[in-house]
Ligand binder design. Sequence first.
Ligand code: ATP
Ligand code: MG
Length: 411
Amino acid sequence: MKHSELFTKTRKEDPSDEVSRNARLLIRAGFVHKEMAGVYSFLPLGMRVLQKIEAIVREEMNAIGGREVRMATLHSSEPWKQTGAWDKVDVVFKIRSRTKKEYTVGQSEEEIVTPIAKKYITSYKDLPLAIYQIGQKYRDELRAKSGIMRGREFTMKDMYSFHETQEDFDRFYAVAKEAYLRVYTRCGLIAKATEASGGSFTEKLSYEFMVLTTAGEDDILYCTNCSYCANIEVSSQKEGEGCTRCKSGRLLSAKASEVGNIFDLGKKYTKDFSLTFKDKSGEEVYPVMGCFGIGITRLMGVIVECFSDEKGIVWPESVAPFRVHLLSLGMDKEANEWYEKLQSAGIETLFDDREVSAGEKFGDSDLLGMPWRVVVSKRSLEKGGAEVKRRTESESEIAAFKDLNNLLRNV
Ligand code: ATP
Ligand code: MG
């Protein structure tokens, strides 16, 4: 894509009404536009990042048997009253129509998915079933100071699974946990799975997936030696104590952000909606249900918090809007040839073809944060190619197109 075709522009000053690093950088770089506290629109560059993250999540969910759907966002209040969430869950938005009917907008979708599943699950042969979607969620959050990490409107992947037995749920739970860890690794992050208490209606254990960042709103304890991690809120252990799991590490405390959460919902919702199936002995029983969430927009915010420096964002290759940022310094014809070649090699490239100073192009390139910067200038051409630099490094090298292509192929 040519920069001149992007309608967004970068800005030099931080927005005055944002305290979080992710929102400040994403707004300055033109990835998102703030509508109001906790509500953001995603602009072309931001959309590309979201689509990359969503593609990773989609691949991993499909690989464990998830069936993608899109559930309605506008819900009648009835199923919410049926489960008790209408009165008990404080973040539920309540809408009254002109005909005085009550509605809500999805904040989680057990109330929608269970009646759908009820239509199709009749026998043990229909199980297990895992249904997921990637879509907008709405929550009446009190605090919205963490930029896109805590929205009143945000994007979530939510999956719901139905099982014949507790054993089958446990099997799937372990499979999903591994898939979750792969999602975060593929996004360039290291996530720890905590052991924490369940959600509003269950006493069962759940896993929270935590990424260490000072921008996080959770306090966790983690082991210096093994993968043990717990939310301080629920842990009986304290910082400095020895790890009870591996017996050799020590527990440290840190701020972290919850980028995903998986729950054993038991039979709460299947009972609320009288969803039963005929088991092998012909008896009508309730399936065990699980819920698996990933905060897509929060994940993007956490990536910015973890991968940025004083000059701007430093996108990991897997989620960068473009891999290459090609800058022309007064050599438009030659730079355009590089652009054509990069395009035909299938390398996603943002081409800064604007008529602005070299300083502005370099500054914007650091702010936007593509993994590779490729500069075509009179000097670079005299040396036999373009000046290639990774966003994470300070040294550049001269490369002919063939060398650049090889370099990018080997990453
Ligand atoms: P938190 O404790 O941060 O409020 P939660 O326990 O309410 O999270 P879930 O209901 O389990 O979150 O939602 C699944 C995932 O959606 C969370 O792990 C998180 O990544 C993301 N998420 C939750 N609330 C928000 C929000 N307000 N803005 C952005 N992402 C969110
Ligand atoms: Mg919450």
